[in-house]
Write a protein that binds this ligand. Structure first.
Ligand code: SAM
Length: 228
């Protein structure tokens, strides 16, 4: 058994493959194994940078048996990098359970972040809403707890940020329009770093109609930012 192994949490691009650090590329080359949310998605990134490190899947539904196996190999001194499909692992992405297990089962392991992109910070940076104080809600619950989050946002003196999927975008914008009317500005940061990137800012009511009137834009990934 080795004294301390190393487990890297590596941020990867959210679209444009150039958005990765030199250090991340080097670490992905050097580790024994890359744990991927989806090996096929990560393989495109690895091919782009001629990285031939073996990959293995690790996702939200990975079993305790798989985690045990990873823990055993960490104890043997193997080095791992954890990546998700896009952005920073564990931020609305798999990895929290595994990191917690490593911290409790193999506490001498150095868990090292390799920083890079995360969609919420990328989105917030172009709004002009201010990035000193904000609340990030991850993905909103679909039913229970949703109304109370909208209440919190309404009462909040901070910028509010959450992730949204394209097929729920219109429903959410409708709810925001009903709740905030013309009183609050919203940015929908869509397809960041990709060909069809757009980051419109309108009040809640205008934003709903902007997307309602152009269904061709109701696609891709987006972050919703609501000004205070
Ligand atoms: N771990 C990721 C991160 O660091 O941002 C987030 C993963 S979460 C499963 C995926 C969500 O992130 C998407 O539904 C969307 O809200 C946001 N997202 C990811 N890539 C994006 C992009 N290129 N443009 C806008 N939002 C994006």
């Amino acid at each position: 058994m080795t004294g301390s192994s190393v487990f890297y949490i590596v941020s990867t691009p959210i679209g444009n493959l150039e958005d990765i650090t030199h250090r991340a590329v080097r670490i992905l080359r050097e580790v024994d194994m890359i744990l991927c949310e989806d090996t096929r998605t990560t393989q495109k990134l690895l091919d782009h940078y001629y990285i031939s490190t073996p990959t293995q899947s690790y996702h939200a539904h990975s079993s305790a048996v798989k985690e045990n196996d990873i823990i055993t190999r960490i104890i043997e001194g193997k080095t791992f990098a954890l990546v998700s499909d896009a952005g920073t692992p564990t931020i609305s992405d798999p990895g929290v359970k595994l990191v917690t297990r490593i911290r409790s089962d193999v506490p001498l392991t150095q868990i090292i972040p390799i920083p890079g992109v995360t969609a919420l910070i990328t989105a917030l940076s172009i709004t002009g809403f201010g990035g000193n104080q904000f609340t990030f809600y991850g993905f909103l619950p679909h039913k229970k707890g949703r109304a109370s989050i909208f209440d919190q946002i309404a009462e909040s003196e901070r910028v509010s940020v959450f992730y949204e999927s394209p097929h729920r975008l219109l429903k959410t914008l409708k709810e925001l329009a009903e709740r905030f009317g013309t009183n609050r500005d919203i940015c929908v940061a869509r397809e960041l770093t990709k060909i069809h990137e757009e980051t419109p800012i309108f009040n809640a009511q205008e934003m709903y109609h902007y997307y309602l009137n152009d269904p061709s834009k109701v696609r891709g990934e987006c972050v919703i930012i609501i000004n205070k």
